[in-house]
Ligand binder design. Structure first.
Ligand SMILES: [Zn+2]
Ligand SMILES: [Zn+2]
Length: 272
């Protein structure tokens, strides 16, 4: 499985990066997770809209889905696309797309000709090509979902999306090969009492608690990249800030917790 970080920015436009968008490729399968502002253009530097097997949107903030509008223009005009793109959105997403079409002065059903839209449900797995994706609800300012992404060989990525501190995500990520988390805040003083984002320190702690072999931080202001990189290095945790365009190959690796148990059990059998 290959990850490509198409954007690492927040909602605020930045000179060096688009907002949220992570491309996950596994053989012939290519799935884009989030399509924030600037991502539709970045996608064309990789597989392009025509090369996608699916799009999964984690929540309806502009920095996670507003580029679904420009993406539509990569598909045939007027008639139904011969190969509509499977698009998975949170509950209420069909209605949101109709409103978005109206807001950009397009006709009703504008998105229907290009996309096969499915509103996903919490905890119900979605199959897209060789990937199985399960959305899990997390705390944000609006309903938002973390994605558990499993590929055919068993390698697994947890993509946190926007969220406040979350013990469920730590548990979910145990045994995963990669955990991708946001690191939006400089300080918790900038967040609401009911938390909706993480500081870099909190994100690093989540990676440490989950015990994953590799963590990436996204959704951070680019001017803090150096500080975040230093925090990651000082933590001793295998985590780093993703940079725009970074790719990472993910293999179904040994998992310290379960492997330890398995090896022990095998040894018991063979010696006993
Ligand atoms: Zn958000
Ligand atoms: Zn966001």
């Amino acid at each position: 499985m290959r990850l490509t970080f198409l954007g690492t920015g927040t909602a605020r436009p930045l000179p060096d990066t688009a907002a949220s968008g992570v491309l996950v490729q596994d053989g012939e399968t290519a799935v884009l997770f989030d399509i924030g502002s600037g991502i539709a253009s970045r996608l064309e530097t990789t597989v392009g809209a025509a090369g996608l097997s699916g799009l999964v949107v984690g929540h309806f903030h502009a920095d996670h889905w507003v580029d679904i509008a420009p993406l539509r223009y990569r598909f045939p005009w007027g008639e139904r696309a011969p190969r509509p793109l499977p698009v998975y959105v949170p509950p209420g997403g069909r209605d949101k797309l109709e409103h978005l079409a109206a807001a950009i002065a397009e006709r009703p059903g504008f998105f229907d000709a290009a996309f096969d839209v499915t509103e996903y449900e919490s905890g119900r797995p979605i199959r897209i090509g060789s990937l199985t994706v399960t959305p899990h609800p997390v705390g944000h300012y609006v309903p938002a979902w973390t994605m558990d992404i499993v590929c055919r060989d068993g390698s697994r990525i947890v993509y946190g999306g926007d969220m406040g501190p979350n013990a469920m995500v730590v548990e979910l990520a145990r045994g995963a090969d990669v955990l991708i988390l946001e690191a939006t805040l400089e300080s918790t003083a900038f967040d609401d009492a009911r938390r909706g984002h993480l500081t870099a320190e909190e994100a690093i702690e989540h990676v440490a608690l989950a015990g994953v072999p590799r963590g990436f931080l996204v959704h951070y202001p680019s001017e803090r990249r150096g500080i975040i990189r230093a925090l990651c290095a000082a933590s001793g945790v295998p985590v780093e800030p993703a940079v725009p365009g970074l790719t990472a190959d993910v293999e179904c690796g040994p998992r310290p917790d379960s492997r330890g148990a398995t090896v022990e059990a095998q040894e018991t059998v063979s010696t006993g």
